[in-house]
Ligand binder design. Sequence first.
Ligand SMILES: *Cc1c(COP(=O)(O)O)cnc(C)c1O
Length: 374
Amino acid sequence: MTAAPPGRLRVPFLDLQRLHAELQDDLDAAALRVLHSDRVLMGPELERFEQAWAAAVGAGYAVGVGSGLDALSLGLRALGVGDGDEVLVPSHTFVATWLAVVHVGAVPVPVDVLSAAGAWDADALEDAVTPRTRAVVPVHLYGHPVDLDAVLRVAGRHDLVVLDDAAQAHGARIGGRPLGGLTHATAWSFYPGKNLGAFGDGGAVTTSDPVTAQRLRSLRNYGSTEKYRHDEVGWNSRLDELQAALLTVKLTRLSEHNARRDAAARRYDEGLAGLDLVLPERVPGTDPVWHLYVVRSPHRDRLREHLAAYGVETLVHYPVPPHRQGAFAGTGLADAHLPMADRLAREVLSLPMGPTLRREEQGAVIDAVRSFRP
Ligand SMILES: *Cc1c(COP(=O)(O)O)cnc(C)c1O
């Protein structure tokens, strides 16, 4: 990004180094414990983290895997989704949600969203169901919980499984209940920039069904639960001991970090009110965790340039909707009519957000946005 003009604060989008500095001694100790141990895979650190994560999200089981994409793919496979099945996915999401469906041989069927945060109209969801539909993957985008009760009602009527993508929603709640144990299974990513981030790739699936949990343990480990016996065609997708130990440390601070994000979101809500901008909506009865603070503007690109000139780093999540990606060129998906997804790709802008965003930095962002003249 461009440097801040003289006398102005440079505001980074997210400062992970600052975050980790607060936990440095504990992180160092955890890393050294693994480096000096004789287990680097499938050992006590993984077990400890899986138990802590399952407890944190109110699920019976957590199964660590290699990434969020793998959590989605293995989750779908563990729930019996495979060749030729149709899977309902939101039109506006990170592309991994769709990729996971393709990786298990199934077909993503996009349902256009109502809002940037990935909300669906229950009737539109139900209209998309066909005799081949097998699963639904709602995405709690930007940290805003999707109305799972509505999704589960549609799923119940048509005998579908629900795997929710909570890669951006660690700690989010609906009606006071944390995401992670509210559907057949929930997929998590611990990519470094997520609300609970590792120091490399990582992911997990949580579920309260022991059979699904057992199937996931096999799928992540070459389809094997007993050495050199392979009962199905599995993957190699494991959460290593180093990541598990570091995540256990970071988990102790997740609620505090989410509370700091929430305070920052409230300051944005206040400081940006009354402008020609669509601000994120707070849905009553939900506790979002503000993975991103995303505004919408018809002048998005010029607003972004204006902010860059003020030294404010912003990002766009996401500039190209999944159905317009080269990965789906030549499939029927490329011709899908998804007007909201196309519009959001033109209008969304993510402002700096994170647990270490300082008050004066946030003030600089608000001033910069307020000084924009379209
Ligand atoms: C990050 C993310 C993923 C993929 O997770 P990785 O760990 O990067 O593979 C999937 N879905 C959503 C919504 C994400 O934000």
